[in-house]
Design a protein around this ligand. Structure first.
Ligand code: DX5
Ligand code: ZN
Length: 211
């Protein structure tokens, strides 16, 4: 069954502790944490201290999405703060292969994210060190954007590139019950959702609607 990773970008930050507890109770499979540096994307969000706090509140896997420039300089901050999966943008890495090595050496699962305009071809020579491919189905930076349908083709192409390797395909941006079904049909294993999970107080109902 498809896994749902609620993005806390849409959570009530004044009540973060209870939001995390509520997501766990509602059946979330992991917690997606969007780290933005104000340079790689035009928005600024969480640093490693927030990841550390969330780590103390839940045993769910922490899926940390780094939308930052020079992610290689920050990997240790987030592995030490308790991230389980650390995803970097292919476009933000000068030496993607080396950055993935460094994530794995520090005991985390390694993810590569691709912006909407980036071809899946950048994965060809690093696939054997990747645990997760994150397909951005909106331009990174903000919640609440509209799903870009061309990404469905990309999901299917990545699925065939992966073959029988144990790599998860995660899709992030504009996920609602309709686009969720399309992504799963194309080969997605994990769906990130902010707006649609936090749209109303019944998080379980909203998560179940995406499954
Ligand atoms: C966007 C982030 C997403 C965002 C998704 O840059 O990577 O994780 O929270 O939000 P929705 O589900 O509202 O599109
Ligand atoms: Zn994200």
């Amino acid at each position: 069954m498809v896994k749902i990773a609620p993005s806390i970008l849409s959570a009530d930050f004044s009540n973060l502790k209870n939001e995390i507890i509520a997501l766990e109770k509602a059946g979330a499979d992991m917690i997606h944490i969007d780290v933005m540096d104000g340079h790689y994307v035009p928005n600024l969000t969480f640093g490693p201290e927030i990841v550390r706090v969330i780590r103390s509140l839940t045993n769910l896997p922490l899926d940390v999405h780094l939308m930052v420039e020079k992610p290689e300089t920050m990997i240790h901050w987030f592995t030490q703060a308790g991230a389980d999966i650390l995803t970097v943008h292919a476009e933000a890495c000068k030496h993607l292969d080396a950055t993935l090595n460094s994530i794995k050496e520090q005991g985390c699962k390694a993810g590569v994210s691709l912006n909407p305009a980036t071809s899946e071809n950048v994965l060809t020579y690093v696939l054997d060190k990747v645990d997760q491919v994150l397909v951005m189905s909106v331009n990174p930076g903000f919640g609440g954007q509209v799903f870009i349908p061309e990404q469905l083709q990309k999901i299917a192409r990545i699925k065939s590139l992966i073959g029988n390797r144990n790599i998860q395909i995660e899709v992030d941006g504009g996920i609602n019950p309709l686009t969720a079904a399309e992504c799963v049909a194309a080969g997605a294993d994990i769906l990130v959702a902010g707006t649609s999970v936090f749209a109303s107080k019944d998080y379980r109902k909203n998560i179940d609607a995406l499954r």
